[in-house]
Design a protein around this ligand. Structure first.
Ligand code: SF4
Length: 209
């Protein structure tokens, strides 16, 4: 059987909502909304660029990545290769929105760094996320905390994928508002069903007592 490589983009789905991850990567459901369509257009624009070299830095676009160790694979938007010795590899990811408190985008960047380290036999100490909406570039240290968080997510997401299990909706209802899978997921109906069965179980317990 072929080894399954988890798409790096799936880690962001998992970090946002494990159910969203499972709907896309276990059940193969996908529904595009304004946010996903806009994000796709942005990546197509970034992907168009040819490699170029300026002031000791080579800029490589749409670089394919793979880690045999962590069983992840994907494509990164931009890799800066600083050509002085020792060479420095600096991943850059483009996002349509603005910087976030949560690590969703940083996890994706860290997974890219893990692949580069394995493929190039190097250590990646930092990368950057460029936010289209705010025209801001956030430098991200690839530190021990981010690495641990990213590796935890890789392992848990991989297990869910292997088990074919779809978790319940996130407790954080605000995330559902911008979720491209809201119509397919029907989180409110699922939550109501869960509340109904919970109440039934509660009264069943009282009858027994
Ligand atoms: S609608 Fe909410 S619970 Fe469902 S996948 Fe999206 S974020 Fe998760």
């Amino acid at each position: 059987m072929d080894t399954y490589f988890l798409p790096i983009s799936a880690l962001q789905h998992y970090a946002y909502c494990p159910r969203q991850f499972a709907l896309i990567h276990v059940e193969q459901a996908w529904e595009e909304n304004y946010f996903t369509a806009d994000g796709r257009r942005l990546h197509e624009r970034v992907d168009d660029g040819e490699p170029e070299q300026r002031k000791g830095i080579r800029y490589e676009r749409s670089v394919l990545l793979r880690s045999e160790k962590h069983l992840i694979a994907g494509k990164m938007d931009l890799l800066e290769v600083h050509l002085e010795e020792p060479r420095k590899y600096f991943p850059v990811e483009y996002k349509r929105g603005k910087p976030k408190i949560e690590d969703w985008d940083r996890i994706q960047l860290c997974a890219q760094a893990l692949c580069i380290e394995e493929m190039q036999g190097t250590t990646v100490t930092e990368g950057a996320i460029w936010y289209w909406e705010t025209r801001q570039r956030e430098t991200v240290p690839i530190d021990a905390n981010l690495r641990t968080h990213t590796l935890d997510i890789i392992q848990t997401a991989y297990k869910i994928r292997q088990a074919g299990h779809t978790p319940p909706p996130t407790e954080n209802k605000r995330r559902c508002r911008a979720c491209s899978l809201k119509n397919l997921c029907q989180p409110d109906i699922y939550r109501q069903d869960r509340s109904a069965s919970y109440i039934e179980e509660l009264f069943a317990d009282e009858k027994i007592a």
